[in-house]
Write a protein that binds this ligand. Structure first.
Ligand code: ADP
Ligand code: MG
Length: 250
């Protein structure tokens, strides 16, 4: 998608990031960035550290060392107000984490009212707008267990969008879905990308990465092995590890 750089400051910049769990070093010096308006797809084998990288970006995990700068703010600095930073980052996980006992609208208004201090009427307006965006206006009163997995994931995307994030991080958003439900979720993500949203997408959907990604980053063993334009990384990988991975998934 067309990257519209407005500020010249990357949305996300990760420098020499290390993360260990006990003596298991999971990230071994990651340099990574996402420009404003850019869609970066992160691919790689299970256990390579993709989720850990994504979780470090909004500090669900604390880095062992290294620097992470979000929109010019160093979030590894102890002085930084993490709650403030997190309101600018929308997250969508493999598991949708909706509240099953609250209807769709309530799922979308709750965080807006708590974290953004919006009045109920305004929060409902924002919820409506974002439900329309994901094609689920008619499900405003439904409860999550009444929805398909694909619909629940689209609600989760609408919930994240209702916080007006500057960027969206997706961690395998379609991996828990039945195959016939994947397309609708990917279509919503494609539309977001077209609208210029800054996106970091961990995915096994190579078709999506090829079509929508501005850049593909291949990780293995806690390092970035190779990155570049989708047609280069997916179509003409330079490293043996990338070639081996792609031969299994393509
Ligand atoms: P990926 O998303 O690429 O599959 P992850 O980032 O989830 O990889 O995991 C990378 C490694 O980090 C795995 O060996 C995993 O067991 C380990 N790991 C991830 N999270 C934790 C945690 N909270 N505690 C201990 N080990 C973890
Ligand atoms: Mg993962």
């Amino acid at each position: 998608m067309a990257a519209t750089k407005e500020t010249g400051v990357p949305a996300i910049e990760v420098r020499n990031l290390h993360k260990s769990f006990g003596d298991n070093e999971v990230l071994k010096g990651i340099d990574f960035h996402v420009d404003e308006g850019e869609v970066v797809c992160v691919i790689g084998p299970s256990g390579s550290g993709k989720s850990t990288l994504l979780r470090c970006v909004n500090r669900l995990e604390e880095p062992t060392s290294g620097t992470i700068v979000v929109e010019g703010v160093d979030i590894t600095d102890k002085e930084t107000d993490l709650d403030q930073v997190r309101t600018r980052i929308g997250m969508v996980f493999q598991q949708f984490n909706l509240f099953p006992h609250l209807n769709v609208t309530r799922n979308l208004t709750l965080a807006q009212m708590r974290a953004k201090k919006r009045k109920k009427a305004e929060a409902i307006e924002v919820a409506k707008r974002n439900l329309a965006k994901v094609g689920l206006s008619e499900k405003a009163e439904a409860f999550p267990p009444q929805l398909s997995g694909g619909q629940q994931q689209r609600v989760a995307i609408a919930r994240a969008l209702s916080m007006d994030p500057d960027m969206m991080l997706f961690d395998e958003p379609t991996s828990a879905l039945d195959p016939e439900l994947v397309g609708d979720v990917l279509d919503v993500m494609k539309q977001l990308a077209r609208d210029g949203m800054t996106m970091m997408v961990v995915t096994h959907e190579m078709g999506f990465a090829r079509e929508v990604g501005d850049r593909v980053v291949f990780m293995d063993g806690g390092v970035v092995v190779e990155q570049g334009k989708p047609e280069d990384v997916l179509g003409n990988p330079q490293h043996a590890r990338t070639q081996e991975f792609l031969s299994k998934v393509l």
